[in-house]
Design a protein around this ligand. Structure first.
Ligand code: UTP
Length: 287
């Protein structure tokens, strides 16, 4: 069985739900406290054993490329001013993994974006991590999916239970066997009453390279976009997919609520911030 070494992170979406914030700043670069959301995702990939990362980016997302590159002027200035702890913080980012970039000319959907990774992926299984889905975990969430892949030699979707009244926002899993997690199909953004379960795919996937055959012939789906979920759905007719019900907390930082919650919860985990933040929250007069 081939090891999962490569990861594709699509970051070329428009971020329309978070306008006007995303007009000039990619949502993936929004800081959670003091670190861009995308760095949390890259760190999760690296902690899961990923060595090569491909960003699917766009012409107005160059800040993502800059963030994972060296910045000699900044490094020199930090060194000269003796801010060596900050210098280390900055220098380690570009060393996290081997980074590559491809531009998606037009935001035609996640399926269209991931199709561009074909040459990068070659004939290996690979991970897909959505650039706006940030996880808080003890054990890296992607690593939990890789464990399922290694146990069963299958495609894997990271899932959690969601509030059934929000099913219409997610790719919802229909199980062939709920005990083992074997998936029958996945339905992208169903009507709540038609959702086959309350388990949703949440931005972490392991897929085999045959996914590209499905991406080649993909038609437009929900939102008139090429949906990665639809390509997985086609592949489910030919290969096994299993759900990985992962431990960890999921934040959709492409939504205002998700971004706000991520900032509060990550602050409550930080030794230098948690006391102040707790005091502040307790002091709020909430009706
Ligand atoms: P989303 O649907 O969450 O992102 O896509 P979006 O399209 O930016 O969201 P809106 O506009 O607020 O509804 C999931 C991931 O796929 C990327 C996004 O950047 C996000 O990381 N994506 C989406 C692409 O790379 N290209 C696309 O054409 C669409």
């Amino acid at each position: 069985m081939k090891k999962v070494r490569k990861c594709v992170i699509p970051v070329a979406g428009m971020g329309t739900r978070f306008l006007p914030g995303t007009k000039a700043i990619p949502k993936e670069m929004f800081p959670i406290i003091d670190k861009p959301a995308i760095q949390y995702i890259v760190e999760e990939a690296v902690e899961s054993g990923i060595e090569e990362i491909l960003f699917i980016t766009s012409s107005y997302k160059n800040s993502v490329i800059d963030h994972f590159d060296r910045n000699f002027e900044l490094e020199t200035r930090l060194e000269k001013s003796g801010k060596l702890d900050k210098l280390e913080l900055v220098k380690k980012i570009s060393k996290l993994a081997n980074f590559s970039y491809i531009r998606q000319g037009e935001p035609l959907g996640s399926g269209h974006a991931i199709k561009l990774a074909k040459n990068f992926v070659g004939d290996e299984p690979f991970a897909v991590m959505y650039g706006d889905d940030v996880m808080m975990y003890d054990k890296p969430v992607l690593g939990q999916l890789i464990d399922v892949y290694e146990k069963r030699d299958c495609n894997v979707i990271g899932v959690q239970e969601i509030d059934p009244s929000l099913a219409y926002k997610y790719g919802i899993i229909e199980y062939e066997d709920k005990d083992t997690g074997k998936i029958k199909t996945i339905i992208e953004k169903p009507k709540n009453e038609e959702a086959p379960s309350n388990h949703a795919g949440l931005g972490r996937y392991i897929v085999k390279p045959e996914i590209f055959d499905e991406l080649e012939t993909l038609s437009k789906g929900a939102g008139n976009e090429y949906q990665f979920t639809d390509a997985m759905k086609s592949l489910m007719n030919k290969q096994d997919f299993y759900a990985c019900k992962f431990d960890g907390k999921y934040f959709d930082i492409g939504s205002q609520q998700g971004y706000l919650k991520a900032n509060v919860e990550f602050a409550l985990k930080r030794d230098d911030l948690k006391t102040d933040v707790k005091k502040y929250i307790k002091g709020l007069k909430i009706n």
